[in-house]
Design a protein around this ligand. Structure first.
Ligand SMILES: NC(=O)c1ccc[n+]([C@@H]2O[C@H](COP(=O)([O-])OP(=O)(O)OC[C@H]3O[C@@H](n4cnc5c(N)ncnc54)[C@H](OP(=O)(O)O)[C@@H]3O)[C@@H](O)[C@H]2O)c1
Length: 446
């Protein structure tokens, strides 16, 4: 290693481009993220080319004990006060749809740039909010709504070739990934792994939105709008929760050289979108198989830049606050450097002639082909030779486990070669009718 003492600093460094600017921020919500934003704004004073003044902070209960010292903050329970505090930027970190939707619309209509970390709001009301932003000519930025600690959406937004994306495979929910990682690493069952996530503060007391896949579905919808210009409602996405994965699935996945992970996947070409959220068998050679615990990651398939892989913390108050405040700096430069357009990324959609069509809701299908990871269970599977039977029905089997006869039930795990979903399901129905076994299957990713 070479040590350079007293390294000279260039005057016009790209990391320190501007003189200090004062930015007045109205923060809607002073919970985990809002509190961290206020704390970071105070701590970062004097160290950044921007300084943030919290002009107002909207809460439900001003007397509630908070993780931060809120004594010096202008707390209010009145949304009008927040909007009337004449902020340069309004930050929405309330969560949910209302009153966030109404307040964000009011701010945009009043010409106030908005930054939000709220994927639920964007997934359900994105079309309305982005058209209000476009009509008012003000930015609506949302980098922290997906992979909160990984600033990749804005980066891609400014790079038309890199953002020529045609699909992605991602781990978007840290809680589910923590649970499945713990099951794979320590042989824990689902309930035990979920309890340990709650004890470690990585799962809410009510973790259903994470475990059932709704959180990842909302993020996937935000990504489909950002990367492809599609306005897709969360109800259109096929989702499977992770509660159906058991500890032995992870053991056998590991014996096959892979692991089960909570994956959000989408591909688009032509006029349809394929999208899926749920547990997926991921081969050990795939980078997503090494994304552990609460980490998030996304692998983007691009037309010109190969596969781009971003990973890092997907949540956490401080990392989210840092991403939000970077958005605040960008949003406050409205009219100087910020582009508010979130144009579609595919060449089809980027064609101005077709751009209008790209805004219409396309048909969305689920994963229909590719390989599958299958668990078969019955009281007498040993007599059936399920792999041969499936092979005779045209389902080619790549790997088959020995029959696991623990707990009085026979179970067997299979990894198939690529096979249409309808074909696989028909073959499993025949197998089930002949042997009485039940089948559980998830997509497999190379
Ligand atoms: N937590 C993370 O690591 C993370 C990461 C990325 C994105 N996000 C997103 O950031 C947003 C905020 O998350 P959070 O974890 O900070 O939530 P939180 O801890 O529940 O905080 C919500 C805040 O909003 C206030 N609030 C809610 N409804 C209100 C209403 N009707 N009127 C006035 N104030 C209201 C609450 O006031 P009181 O304090 O008085 O109850 C609280 O201060 C969500 O959209 C979330 O998805 C969070």
């Amino acid at each position: 290693m070479t040590i350079v003492a007293n390294a000279p600093r260039v005057q016009h460094s790209t990391i320190d481009p501007a003189p200090v600017r004062e930015i007045r921020v109205a923060v809607l919500g002073l919970g985990q993220v809002g509190g961290a934003i206020a704390a970071l704004a105070a701590r970062a004073r004097g160290t950044l080319p921007a300084s943030f003044e919290v002009a107002s902070a909207l809460v439900r209960d001003p007397r509630k004990p908070r993780a931060i010292d809120a004594a010096a903050l202008p707390l209010t329970t009145d949304p009008r006060t927040a909007l009337a505090s004449k902020p340069d930027v309004l930050v929405e970190v309330l969560g949910g749809i209302e009153p966030a939707r109404t307040l964000v619309l009011e701010a945009l209509n009043a010409g106030i740039p908005v930054v939000t970390a709220n994927k639920t709001l964007l997934a359900y009301c994105g079309a309305e909010l982005f058209s209000a932003a476009a009509a008012a000519g003000v930015p609506l930025l949302y980098e922290a709504s997906v992979l909160a600690g990984v600033p990749f959406l804005g980066t891609l937004g400014r790079r038309p070739l890199a953002r020529s994306v045609t699909g992605f495979r991602a781990i978007l929910n840290g809680t589910s990934n923590f649970v499945l990682t713990r099951m794979a690493r320590d042989g824990a069952g689902f309930a035990e792994a979920l309890t340990s996530a709650q004890r470690a503060g990585f799962a809410e007391p009510d973790p259903s939105k994470d475990i059932e896949g709704d959180d990842a579905v909302e993020k996937l919808c935000v990504l489909l709008r950002h990367l492809a210009g599609f306005d897709i409602h969360p109800s259109q996405i096929d989702k499977t929760g992770i509660a159906g994965v058991d500890g032995r699935d992870q053991q056998h996945a590991s014996a096959f050289g892979g692991t089960v992970r909570p994956v959000a996947a989408a591909d688009w070409s032509g006029e349809t979108v394929t999208a899926y959220v749920g547990p997926v068998y991921v081969e050990g050679t795939n980078a997503l198989s090494r994304v552990d615990g609460v980490q998030n990651a996304i692998a983007l398939t691009t037309l010109w830049s190969g596969e781009l892989f971003f990973s890092g913390p997907g949540a956490g108050p401080t990392v989210t606050a840092a991403t939000v405040l970077d958005d605040v700096v960008e949003a406050s430069q409205n009219g100087e450097a910020t582009s508010i357009e979130h144009e579609p990324a595919s060449p089809r959609a980027a064609n101005p002639r077709l751009r209008h069509r790209s805004r219409q809701t396309p048909p969305v299908t689920s994963v229909n082909d590719g390989a599958w990871f299958v668990r078969l269970t019955s009281s007498s599977l040993g007599e059936a030779d399920a792999p041969s039977l499936l092979a005779s029905l045209g389902v080619r089997i790549r790997r088959a486990s020995c029959i696991d006869a623990r707990s009085g039930r026979h179970s067997q795990w299979l990894l198939t070669h690529p096979c249409g979903r309808a074909h696989l399901d028909a073959a499993l129905d025949v197998l089930s009718a002949k042997t009485g076994c039940s089948a559980w299957r998830i997509p497999a990713l190379e």
